[in-house]
Design a protein around this ligand. Sequence first.
Ligand SMILES: [Zn+2]
Length: 115
Amino acid sequence: MDPSQTNCPKCHAIISSGSNYCSNCGVPVSDKALHISIGRQLWIYFVSICLPPLGLGYTFKYIVSPSSQNKRVAIIAAILTIVSIVLTIWATMGLINSLQTQLNSQLNSYPGMGL
Ligand SMILES: [Zn+2]
């Protein structure tokens, strides 16, 4: 077997050395392609917190990766997304509650309106 060639871990097609992705199925095969830079990681975490549904896109993208580093990034992105969604819901509920309380006290101060 030619040592300069490797097989794709997913579809087992032969991948020539130097290419970062499988030409058959597009899966990343080299360490270079698998590596997520710190800047990229921070961006993924930022997206997960600030734009919750989009962060899950990265989770699905990296959770299938054979690299454990990428899996970790995917899991952290998922956790940040969930935390962000929970905080958003919690903040929204708090806002609705305070609006309702305000509305109720306003309605109560106008008992003559027939409500
Ligand atoms: Zn492949």
